[in-house]
Design a protein around this ligand. Structure first.
Ligand code: ASP
Ligand code: MG
Length: 440
């Protein structure tokens, strides 16, 4: 069985929901994972904000206007009065529930419940729509099987057990619809997998049922070989290794949530990125296979700070690195790139919250300097070290751009370069021109 996940824009209006229905009704049984309709989760966050600030009037105003929007969608989505009535009744329950929180104390616990309503509503509406069309579809509540453990990490064994049992109890359905993003935590409370987490849900579900394929449907034609917002002439990438996709997702390619890769990779389930606006386009296939000797794509991560520590009296004595890294660990700040020399080390962080304390502590070990407003440019592909010429090509592309750090050899799949934010666009374009478009 395949797992198909549709994001917020793909179910963002009655028309889009109808298109999703057409797309999935091909006679094959499948699990369909939905996000909330686009904009809904943001609005629910806004409602929660008003409730935290003890402003029920402000909250109610937004709740009422969101409810109106849903009722308008219902009018357009269903053709019969019977189903319009059913859907309104269901959605009204969700909104009444949200309204009930305007009267009580509002904490993180209530916020999670409010945030869960978006996915609960989109899936309920879509399921009713399929039923109106006469499709054999069933709603499988994520809150019955999706769970995180005490470290707030998904619990794959629990998910597998529960989901397998639920599906076995519902054998005669063609389409199983479920919510992305939402789950319960180790204490049984309603929780979620963080914003954008429905890709992660799809991957966990795919792993749990050992799916043939996980499809992530959005409204662009797969992952591009560079960022189309900054670079001209980008092309979709047809095939990526999981590790390449993970690097790209982490380093800024917006299409896929980085957490989503691991469950699929571990269970060797291919992930296909597809476009609802152009369903027959091939999209991007992510699997455990490497396309040899090819550079695939470039991505950039903004907001990077680099720190250089030149060792003073310790001159790279044993334990210097450990002491440096311990400081970052103390402040729960993760380090991305690292380069070393005989007399010092440079590294980058993207979380500046504890920068002053970190710098203060580092000064015990050496002379410290900082460059802010930097960008990591990440080039991915088959960059295994015995392949000749690839790293040269990357560096050669950037000959007119000041490069602060280069990190290569950490994996077979990437080379990362640190440049100033003001040089980002030029660097991305130069890499595309030189590597993909063969301009010079
Ligand atoms: N609806 C959630 C969000 O907007 C989850 C998702 O769409 O992936 O973050
Ligand atoms: Mg999303």
């Amino acid at each position: 069985m395949k797992v198909l996940k549709f994001g917020g824009t793909s179910v963002g209006s009655a028309q889009r929901m109808k298109e999703v229905a057409n797309l999935i009704l091909d006679g094959e049984r499948k699990i369909v994972v939905l996000s909330a309709m686009s904009g809904t989760t943001n609005t629910l966050v806004e409602i929660s904000d008003y409730l935290y600030k003890k402003n029920p009037v402000g909250a109610n105003e937004i709740i009422n206007s969101l409810e109106k929007k849903y009722f308008a969608t219902i009018e357009e989505l269903y053709s019969s009065q019977e189903y319009k009535g059913k859907a309104k009744e269901t959605i009204k329950t969700n909104f009444d529930y949200i309204r009930s929180f305007t009267k009580d104390l509002f904490t993180l616990f209530e916020e999670k419940v409010v945030l869960a309503q978006g996915e609960l509503m989109s899936t309920a509406m879509f399921n009713l729509y399929l039923q109106e069309k006469g499709v054999k579809s069933a709603l499988i509540p994520a809150l019955d099987y999706a769970r995180t453990d005490k470290n707030a990490e998904p619990d794959p064994a629990y998910i597998k057990d529960k989901l397998t049992a639920i599906l076995a109890n519902n054998p005669d359905q063609d389409i199983y619809i479920t919510q992305g993003y939402i789950c319960r935590n180790a204490y049984g409370e309603i929780d979620n997998l963080q914003r954008g987490g429905s890709d992660y849900s799809a991957s966990l579900i795919g792993a749990a049922i050992n799916a043939d394929e996980i499809q992530i449907w959005t409204d662009i034609d797969g992952m591009h070989n560079n960022d189309p917002r900054f670079v001209e002439n980008t092309q979709p990438v047809r095939h990526l290794h999981f590790e390449e996709a993970a690097e790209l997702a982490y380093f800024g390619a917006k299409i896929l949530h980085p957490t989503c890769i691991t469950p699929a990779k571990l269970n060797n389930i291919p992930v296909r990125l597809l476009n609802t606006m152009e369903p027959s386009a091939p999209g991007t296939l992510i699997s455990n296979e490497t396309e040899l000797k090819k550079i695939k794509a470039v991505a950039a991560k903004d907001g990077i700070t680099s720190i250089k520590i030149k060792s003073g009296r310790m001159l790279m004595a044993h334990g210097f690195m450990r002491k440096v890294f311990e400081i970052f660990e103390t402040y729960q700040t993760s380090v991305d790139l690292v380069t070393t020399s005989e007399v010092g080390v440079s590294l980058t962080i993207d979380n500046k919250r504890h920068l002053p304390e970190i710098l203060d502590d580092l000064k015990k070990f050496g002379t410290v300097s900082v460059d802010e407003e930097m960008v990591i440019i990440c080039v991915v592909g088959d960059l295994e070290w015995t392949n000749l010429g690839f790293e040269a090509k990357v560096v050669e592309s950037l000959r007119n751009i000041p490069v602060r750090m280069i990190s290569y050899g950490g994996s077979n799949y990437n080379i990362s370069i640190l440049v100033k934010a003001e040089d980002k666009k030029r660097a991305l374009q130069a890499l595309s021109d030189h590597i993909f478009n063969k301009k010079n």
